[in-house]
Design a protein around this ligand. Structure first.
Ligand code: EPZ
Length: 434
């Protein structure tokens, strides 16, 4: 863990407007989709995140060139060469989305050897749906040590369209197979496909490149394979999870805030839950305005794949429920180990009981500031939020997680009245051993 941390003065009222950045989980897969063409891809509204830096390193390691100017990213793919079949491990271990590259590389070159993925520790994060899908498209896929090795069976080194039914709704597997299928011979039908908005964003960009995809965003997607994809220019959609995190920041401090740009239908269940607990939320075009009542009520949530309540907002929502009257039941059904923030909230005086993957949160209005540490990207954001509501000054560690998924999180909150300072400290000798 880096020794830098945030000092957060609690019970500040917020007010004003927060600009929402481009979606992290869309940007990452759109960068991977650039591997499907030998022309250039120009992305706008790409957030400045360490995960985007990591993905950039991965593309550079395959011989691509990138030109970055603020939130604009040009990916020049002409340098992509066959040597990319054998990729180096450490840069792939940094993030989960690195594995999604297997789809485009196999579709273009007919063979690829790719390191197993890394990513936040929120569960086993298996890749069996990705592997089954590629096998269904006519590839031999094996796991050897730290690598997955894949090779097309057909002599033309092309994948063959197929009907594929996923056993579980997986965002990454749907994206990997969707990308691979765009260059397969014939038609592919995906059933039980994930419906997250990021998949619609990906399909829209792929169709811009010349792919023939219908049904993205529903559980059945049809892809007619083509021989070649062109480059394109594409603007990343706004980040629904960042927007949801800031809606919770407004609710947890009982402050009115406006956010834009937002696509309201990407946040329907989140908006309904916040309204149910006592927040007034108005949508005007791409702007959301939230006005929380003083006394909010506990509500129950169950996370589930889109259009259900997003697992990525479970930790932030638990932070909110720790501060409202009543008992909230929070059930995490997507990842098996995504409750590590619970112990940190308890250390601030939150009353939470955990039964398997269900947390019972008994709200209180006297959380006490203390030093807490985030273990994954969204739990770290949740710790900043709960610190905004605590009495006193909290210390939040784990900033490298925060920087993975939130562009200038503290800066955006300070701009609407929070009092968060980033403290740069060198690790003391004792710190090094803990
Ligand atoms: C994506 O991860 C997101 N990451 C995650 O966001 C997000 O939490 C998750 O989707 C769910 O919405 C990116 O898009 C880069 P999954 P992904 O495959 O694709 C099981 C964040 O904080 N599964 O939809 O890895 C899996 O174990 C990150 O921004 C299999 O069983 O998630 C999990 O229980 C965290 N086999 C469930 O599906 C597989 O082959 C959902 O995982 C793949 C997944």
């Amino acid at each position: 863990l880096s020794s830098n941390y945030l000092d957060i003065l609690g019970s500040q009222k917020l007010s004003g407007h927060i600009r929402v950045s481009g979606a992290k989980n869309s940007s990452l897969v759109l960068m991977v989709a650039a591997l499907l063409t030998d022309s250039s891809v120009f992305l706008s509204n790409v957030p400045l995140l360490s995960d985007v830096e990591s993905m950039s390193k991965i593309l550079l390691s395959m011989g691509l060139k990138l030109r970055r100017n603020q939130n604009q990213l040009e990916i020049i793919t002409s340098g992509l060469s066959l040597f990319s079949k054998n990729l180096s491990c450490e840069v792939f271990h940094e993030l989960r989305a690195s594995f999604f590259c297997i789809g485009p590389l196999l579709a273009r070159f007919g063979e690829v050897k790719i390191p197993l993925p890394g990513g936040c520790r929120i569960g086993a994060r298996p890749i069996d749906e990705h592997i089954q899908g590629l096998r269904a498209l006519g590839a031999i896929v094996e796991t050897k040590n730290e690598y997955v090795v894949a090779k097309t069976i057909s002599p033309q080194k092309r994948l063959i369209g197929a009907r594929i039914k996923f056993n579980c709704k997986s965002v990454g597997a749907t994206e990997t197979i969707l990308m691979a299928a765009t260059l397969a011979q014939g038609t592919t039908i995906l059933e039980n496909a994930a419906q997250e908005p990021e998949i619609q964003d990906l399909a829209m960009m792929l169709n811009e490149m010349g792919a023939k995809i219908q049904g993205a965003g529903t559980s059945q997607i049809k892809i007619e394979g083509v021989d070649h994809l062109n480059g394109c220019s594409y603007t990343v959609m706004p980040d629904r999870i960042e927007a949801g995190t800031f809606l919770v920041a407004a609710a947890i401090t009982r402050s009115p805030l406006t956010l834009s740009p937002v696509i309201p239908e990407h946040l329907e269940t989140v908006i309904l839950k916040l309204q149910e607990c006592g927040c007034l939320i108005e949508c005007k075009g791409d702007t959301l305005r939230i006005i929380p009542r003083k006394n909010l009520q506990a509500v129950d949530i169950i996370t589930s794949p889109f259009p259900g309540f997003p697992t990525d907002l479970q930790a932030p929502f638990m932070a909110l429920m720790a501060t409202v009257k009543g008992i909230s039941k929070i059930e995490e059904t997507v990842f098996e180990d995504r409750m590590q923030h619970l112990r940190e909230f308890q250390r601030m005086g939150a009353k939470i009981l955990l039964d398997g993957n269900t947390a019972y949160v008994i709200g209180t209005n006297n959380l006490k500031a203390t030093s807490i540490t985030g273990g994954d990207l969204r739990s770290c954001a949740a710790m900043v939020l709960v610190s905004l509501a605590a009495n006193g000054t909290s210390v939040v560690r784990g900033l490298e997680y925060l920087d993975r998924g939130y562009e200038d999180f503290a800066g955006k909150l300070n701009a609407v009245g929070a009092n968060i300072s980033k403290v740069y400290s060198i690790p003391l000798a004792s710190d090094e051993c803990d």
